[in-house]
Ligand binder design. Structure first.
Ligand SMILES: Cc1cc2nc3c(=O)[nH]c(=O)nc-3n(C[C@H](O)[C@H](O)[C@H](O)COP(=O)(O)OP(=O)(O)OC[C@H]3O[C@@H](n4cnc5c(N)ncnc54)[C@H](O)[C@@H]3O)c2cc1C
Length: 461
């Protein structure tokens, strides 16, 4: 970066908000994936005007800008793949308005997810998408990745809650898209077009989100299945029924044995567990829903269905599911956390065939995930110090993504494409769709300064 450009950037945010210190640049060179690349500088912006001026300078000079929230993305999304500026928005962290009569809130992008939930709680309201990284990730990051979580089966993902956005284009121009209403049919839906765009189309500087009343009651059950096929059939039957659970999670045989061995949880030696939760405003209705689901589980050969009678019992049933993350950390093994998603009716087929792929490629994997929306966390173990295992990783990943797409699924249910999955895009999207994505990117960011090197936008034909 030449001195005049450096000075122009310093003039916008002040010298204390631009850094070229090696320690800072190293911190900004990675996210929660294994990718890393160092930026030339990092900057903290506190207003839309500053973001606009920074992008004007960067666009004129052709400097890449990678916008960053908390950096918890799992696919190299916030890694500055081509250097340039990392634009940290975590100081734009004000909740500007909570309007319960309009059922919405207006926030800046750097608001931490958990802080937003805490601010909504006194009103009896909540923001339903629930990424497991919620204590640190930002709402800007959630919108840019279309984040989801355990409750997506009933409540949907971030996309379903974004009403309007203020965003800065690569040129520095500021635009407002969407509406402050529960519905709109006015023009192209540029608002949802930006959701999931991973910082490649615009920098989001203000977000208007729909919020929902929080259910007063919930009930939990755990079911044990000897075969994956019976568990898969149970998921299909529940999701085709008149009741919609708020959580429907699956743990397969391999994760069950890992939990037995490493988390010392007393679990049966079976191929699948299904954890289900129902929620609602009256205890009677919540219980009615749970009992209906338990009946369907039994009709699909569940060997055992345990219904929690108290909060403590519910916590006990959740223990296995909640222990997976900690157990993975404690194992100190290299693993790739996938978020492949298939139609719900194909869950058992995907799991069975992925076992076969694991055998063919000689790498262990285990599955758990949000069965109620088909979003499976297939985790692949490998030894990063063993070149032979590293070489077998990529063919296995390719085959798993191909299998998901062949079954009518998608490459990513919640983590996004970033750098990890860009090469698989042609497995899911046809040439015309890919060409259209690239045309749209070029229209909004002709100099390719916004998060270049992501989502395959630079290289597919
Ligand atoms: C332990 C763990 C658990 C996780 N669990 C889940 C989960 O349950 N569900 C889920 O969906 N994800 C999950 N994730 C992934 C990650 O937390 C989410 O993708 C989250 O939404 C990223 O938010 P962030 O603030 O960290 O964004 P970052 O990682 O900083 O950025 C992510 C992407 O968004 C872009 N971006 C960020 N802010 C803006 C903005 N203001 N304007 C334009 N683009 C922007 C960045 O350029 C980047 O491309 C998990 C990650 C970890 C490490």
């Amino acid at each position: 970066m030449d001195n005049a450009t450096r000075q122009a950037l310093i003039d916008i945010v002040g010298p204390e908000n631009v850094t070229e210190k090696i320690m800072d640049l190293v911190s900004y060179s990675y996210d929660a994936s294994s990718y890393e690349h160092r930026p030339d500088c990092a900057m903290w912006a506190v207003s839309t005007e500053q973001v606009s001026r920074i992008l004007s300078v960067a666009n004129e000079k052709g400097i890449p800008v990678t916008v960053r929230g908390a950096g918890t993305g799992l696919g190299g999304l916030a890694v500055p793949a081509q250097g340039g500026i990392v634009l940290d928005l975590t100081r734009m962290n004000s909740i500007l308005e909570i309007s319960i009569p309009d059922r919405l809130a207006v926030v800046q992008p750097g608001v931490v997810y958990a802080d937003f939930q805490a601010a909504l709680a006194p009103y009896g309201f909540f923001f339903p998408p629930d990424p497991a990284s919620g204590v640190v990730c930002t709402l800007g990051g959630n919108v840019a990745t279309n984040a989801g979580g355990l409750h997506a089966v009933k409540y949907g993902t971030t996309r379903d809650y974004v009403l309007s956005l203020e965003a800065v284009l690569a040129s520095g121009e500021v635009m407002r898209v969407g509406a402050r209403t529960m519905k709109t049919s006015s023009g192209y839906d540029l608002c949802r077009f930006l959701v999931g765009s991973e910082g490649t189309l615009a920098v989001i500087t203000e977000i208007t989100l729909k919020v929902a009343p929080k259910a007063a009651h919930r009930a939990t059950a755990l079911a044990v299945f000897h075969t994956l096929e019976d568990a898969g059939e149970a998921v299909t039957r529940v999701m085709h029924s008149e009741v919609t659970p708020s959580v429907l999670e699956l743990l397969d045989g391999s994760v069950i044995s890992l939990l037995r061995e490493h988390a010392h949880i007393d679990l049966p030696d079976v191929e699948a567990l299904l954890l289900v939760e129902t929620d609602g405003m009256t205890e009677g209705y919540v219980r009615f829903q749970l009992e209906k689901i338990a009946e369907m589980f039994r009709g699909c050969n569940a060997a055992e269905v345990e219904l929690a009678a108290t909060e403590e019992e519910a916590e006990g049933l959740w223990k296995a599911r909640k222990s997976i993350g900690g157990m993975m950390g404690a194992l100190h093994l290299d693993y790739i956390p996938e978020d492949i998603t298939v139609p719900m009716s194909q869950i058992a087929t995907f799991l069975r065939q992925s076992e076969e792929l694991s055998r063919i490629h000689g790498l262990d994997l285990f599955n758990f995930g949000h069965a109620g929306d088909g979003n499976l966390h297939t985790n692949i173990f490998f030894d990063g110090n063993d070149p032979d295992q590293v070489a077998r990783l990529e063919p296995l990943l390719y085959d798993l993504h191909k299998l998901a797409c062949d079954l009518g699924g998608t490459l990513s249910g919640e983590h996004g494409i970033g750098m990890t999955k860009a090469k698989y895009l042609p497995l899911e999207h046809d040439r015309t769709a890919l060409k259209t994505m690239r045309t749209l990117k070029q229209a909004l960011d002709p100099n390719n300064i916004l998060n270049p090197g992501k989502m395959g936008l630079d290289f597919f034909p």
